[in-house]
Design a protein around this ligand. Structure first.
Ligand code: ATP
Ligand code: MG
Length: 307
C-alpha cells in the first residue's frame, strides 16, 4: 500500500482552512493509503521559541490530535506521532543537510515569506528556521511516503523534499520514493479579514472547535468589503451568494454551524477519555520508530557507514 505523510505544526487549534486544505483529503484517502500524521512540535520552535514554552506546546499536541480525530481520521487506520518523540527524524535530517546548499535553502519562497512575517532576516534567523524544510523532508522520507496532501504554502517544501530524494538516490542508489503533493480545490483559504490566508497565527480563523455563538459572532463581524472571503465560504458550505449581507451572513453562519456540529460531537466523545489519546501516540511512536530504524539502516548501508 502506498503511504501518505502530512500533518501540522502544533501551534493551536485547527481551522476550516486546514479542513478544506488538507484534513478532508486525509479523511477521504485513509482507506486507500497507509496514512501517517505528524504533530510537528519541534517545527514550532523556529518562530515561537520564546513564547511557546512547556504547557502551550503540550496542550497544542493534544489539540491537533483531537481535531484530526474529530474531523474523521480513524486511529485504527492512521498512525499519529509526535515529531520530538522520534530521534530517527533528527538523524535523517542531519544526513540530508549535507545534500542541500545554503543558497538553495535561501531560495525557498515560503521560508522567505515566513521570515519576513516574523520580522527577521537571513542574517539573524536561527538555523532551524532556514533548515526546517530539510527537517520536513526527513519527516516525509523516513516512512518513505509517496503522497503529501497539503495547502499551497507547502508546495515549495515538497519540491525541496523531491530534490533531496532524487539527490540521495543519484548519489547512493535508489532508496527513496520521490513524493507527490496533493492540493485540494481550496489550497489557500482566505481568512475572515479577507486579506491573508486563514492562519492560526493571524487571528482570522473559524476553528473546528468554535461553538455556535462564536461562529455567529465571527461571521457577523467578518470583513464584507471589496475582496472579502464570504462568498468563498458560501461555496464551501453550499450557500448562494447574496450581496445583502444582512441576509447572507446569518445563512452562512447556520451552514457553518451545521457542518461543525458532527465534528464538535465527536470531539466531546473523545474528550471523555483523555488516556486514549496518549495510547494513540504511544502506538504511533513505536510504529514510526520501527519503520525509521529500517530506513536509517538502509541509508547508512548505502552511504557505507557500516562497521
Ligand atoms: P501557523 O500560522 O502556525 O503556521 P497554519 O495555520 O499556517 O499555522 P500549518 O500547521 O502551518 O497551519 O499548516 C498545516 C497544513 O494546513 C499545511 O498543509 C498547510 O498548507 C494547510 N493550511 C494551513 N492554512 C491553510 C489555509 N488557509 N488554506 C488551505 N490550507 C491551509
Ligand atoms: Mg503555517
Amino acid at each position: 500500500m502506498q503511504r501518505i505523510l502530512t500533518g501540522e505544526r502544533t501551534t493551536g487549534n485547527l481551522h476550516i482552512g486546514h479542513y478544506f486544505g488538507s484534513l478532508q483529503s486525509r479523511v477521504a484517502l485513509q482507506d486507500e493509503y497507509e496514512t501517517f500524521i505528524i504533530l510537528a512540535d519541534m517545527q514550532v520552535l523556529y518562530d515561537h521559541l520564546e513564547d511557546e514554552k512547556g504547557k502551550a506546546i503540550r496542550d497544542n499536541v493534544y489539540l491537533a490530535l483531537l481535531d484530526n480525530l474529530a474531523a474523521g481520521l480513524d486511529p485504527e487506520k492512521t498512525t499519529f506521532f509526535v515529531q520530538s518523540e522520534i530521534p530517527e527524524l533528527a538523524e535523517l535530517a542531519m544526513f540530508f543537510s549535507f545534500l542541500v546548499s545554503v543558497g538553495r535553502a535561501k531560495r525557498n519562497p515560503t521560508v522567505k515569506a515566513e521570515m519576513e512575517q516574523a520580522g527577521t532576516s537571513y542574517e539573524h534567523m536561527n538555523l532551524g528556521f532556514l533548515c526546517f524544510p530539510v527537517s520536513q523532508a526527513a519527516d516525509i522520507l523516513l516512512p518513505k511516503a509517496n503522497l503529501v496532501p497539503v495547502g499551497e504554502d507547502q508546495i515549495p517544501h515538497i519540491e525541496q523534499t523531491r530534490e533531496i530524494a532524487r539527490r540521495f538516490n543519484t548519489l547512493f542508489g535508489e532508496t527513496f520514493p520521490v513524493p507527490d503533493y496533493l492540493v485540494s480545490d481550496f489550497p489557500r483559504l482566505p481568512g475572515l479579514d479577507g486579506k491573508s490566508k486563514m492562519s492560526k497565527s493571524l487571528n482570522n480563523v473559524i476553528n473546528l472547535t468554535d461553538d455556535e455563538e462564536t461562529v455567529n459572532r465571527k461571521i457577523k463581524k467578518a470583513y464584507s468589503g471589496e475582496g472579502h472571503a464570504l462568498f468563498t465560504y458560501g461555496k464551501l458550505f453550499g450557500v448562494e451568494p447574496d450581496e445583502r449581507m444582512g441576509a447572507f451572513k446569518p445563512a452562512l453562519a447556520e451552514s457553518v454551524n451545521a457542518f461543525l456540529e458532527p465534528i464538535r460531537a465527536r470531539r466531546r466523545e473523545l474528550e471523555k477519555e483523555p488516556g486514549f489519546l496518549r495510547e494513540i501516540l504511544d502506538k504511533g511512536r513505536d510504529r514510526v520508530r520501527e519503520i525509521g530504524a529500517r530506513t536509517l539502516a538502509e541509508v547508512k548501508d548505502r552511504m557505507g557507514m557500516v562497521y
